[in-house]
Ligand binder design. Structure first.
Ligand SMILES: [Zn+2]
Ligand SMILES: [Zn+2]
Ligand SMILES: [Zn+2]
Length: 252
């Protein structure tokens, strides 16, 4: 299994439009962050977690040539608005693409992309998607996926654990009941917005304390705002925790 960070930025992306701050104007390519998403390649298959407004550019950058499923964490704009672009994979593969989400998220996606799901779009050229509601562990082409409930402010959303890796984006709190699902992780990819507190995201300090409690071997920060420069932030993190960057790959 190979994991690729398609995007590691917060909802605005970094650089942020019209911002002239140190990080937004940085020449370090690792300070350029598209919206947060993961690509999981396994056994000649590929799934993505979320389809961001940057999905098309991310898929081109990573030379994606197939897509077997989409998993959604939640329905905020920065996680779903690229969904229309999966249609090209449907045209190539001529098979509906399964999408997985919890009921609330699926409902929101089906309202946002009504023309895709109505089945009577008169202009053609839309994907056929096959909605699956998540209500526990499931598998995609033989790969076992364990949903991990987390809180994003007052919104319950999902993270995903696949084997020894967990991806928890957009989290402000991990409920006690989810900690048992996160034992013996080799890698934890975790929301780390910035240093200042935020109502719906973890700070650097909070993310480090989650990683500490879970005793993860390796931690990667994602959903990163323009407050955190890549190099300067890595310099103050413990050696087993790093800021992720767009295009970073992990092999398992
Ligand atoms: Zn987000
Ligand atoms: Zn900025
Ligand atoms: Zn969100």
């Amino acid at each position: 299994m190979k994991l690729t960070f398609l995007g590691t930025g917060t909802s605005t992306g970094v650089p942020t439009l019209a911002c002239q701050c140190r990080v937004c104007t940085s020449s370090d390519w690792r300070d350029k962050r598209t919206r947060p998403s993961m690509l999981v390649r396994f056994d000649g298959r590929a799934l993505v977690i979320d389809t961001t407004p940057d999905f098309r550019a991310q898929a081109l950058r990573e030379s994606m040539d197939r897509l077997d499923a989409v998993l959604f964490t939640h329905s905020h704009a920065d996680h779903i608005l690229g969904l229309d672009d999966v249609r090209v994979f449907y045209f190539r593969q001529q098979k509906p693409i399964p999408i997985y989400a919890d009921p609330q998220c699926m409902n929101h996606i089906q309202r946002t992309f009504k023309y895709i799901f109505d089945g009577n779009y008169p202009y053609g050229g839309v994907a056929r998607l096959e909605p699956h509601l998540i209500d526990g562990p499931f598998d995609v082409e033989g790969l076992k996926i364990n949903p991990v409930p987390v809180m994003h402010g007052n919104l319950p959303i999902l993270g995903f654990r696949i084997n020894q890796v967990a991806y928890l984006t957009d989290v402000s709190e991990i409920p006690e009941s989810s900690y048992p699902l996160l034992q013996d992780l080799e890698v934890l990819i975790l929301d780390t917005l910035r240093t200042r507190p935020h109502p719906t995201h973890l700070t650097v300090e909070q993310a480090l304390s989650v990683m500490e409690r879970l005793k993860v071997r390796k931690g990667f920060c994602t959903h990163i705002a323009h407050d955190l420069g890549h190099e300067e932030t890595n310099a103050r993190l413990p050696p087993h925790v790093r800021l992720a960057y767009d295009g970073l790959q992990l092999d398992f």
